[in-house]
Design a protein around this ligand. Structure first.
Ligand SMILES: CC(C)(COP(=O)(O)OP(=O)(O)OC[C@H]1O[C@@H](n2cnc3c(N)ncnc32)[C@H](O)[C@@H]1OP(=O)(O)O)[C@@H](O)C(=O)NCCC(=O)NCCS
Length: 155
């Protein structure tokens, strides 16, 4: 399957990403399209990485950087909205997209964190992520674990 990875900042293609997040992550829980938008989606520091199969956006993720780093501490970004469309899962697309996120983060020297759905912890663990705290409940979504990934991780 030919899978083309694209990376962009700001609002280009944002409506398509929000729709994909909605279909995969929000609609099954009875949540709305509006609840599929993230604060910071349109910031120039936010990177969206998407994967297209032919002309269909089949996978997406977003990295939101924390506030401008005035302390010279290493930056950390939040990975959000990791979604592979129904019909395209289990084909390695999620892995390819996460690897692209890791490449981006390594280049910038940025660590990553996310709140992973408990059922997806195995997916992230295979890519070198580590659980960093106890399981907790996100209202209307379900159980999650905080996870982190560091740029010196092999994968
Ligand atoms: C989780 C998700 C992003 C994975 O993407 P994908 O393209 O289906 O995954 P891949 O085909 O790249 O699978 C990579 C490996 O992770 C495993 N894996 C995939 N989903 C998994 C899950 N939910 N739990 C544990 N392992 C998982 C696969 O079995 C595969 O293992 P292998 O390399 O030993 O064969 C995708 O299935 C998805 O969008 N699911 C619904 C939404 C979701 O849960 N998003 C995450 C929110 S935190």
């Amino acid at each position: 399957m030919k899978f083309e990875i694209r990376e962009f900042y700001g609002s280009v293609e944002l409506p398509v990403i929000v729709k994909l997040r909605y279909e995969v992550l929000r609609k099954p829980l009875g949540l709305s399209l509006e609840q599929s938008q993230f604060a910071g989606d349109e910031l120039s520091t936010t990177v969206h990485i998407v994967g297209h199969v032919e002309n269909t956006m089949a996978a997406c993720l977003t990295i939101l950087l924390s506030e401008v780093n005035l302390t010279k501490e290493p930056q950390i970004g939040q990975l959000r909205g990791m979604a592979v469309a129904d019909g395209y899962r289990g084909l390695g697309l999620g892995t390819r997209l996460l690897e692209a996120a890791h490449d981006w983060a390594r280049q910038k020297g940025v660590s990553l964190w996310c709140n992973a759905r408990s059922q997806a912890v195995g997916f992230y663990s295979k890519q070198g992520w580590e659980v960093s705290g106890p399981e907790f409940e996100v209202v209307s979504v379900g159980p999650h674990f905080p996870m982190v990934w560091k740029p010196n991780t092999k994968r």
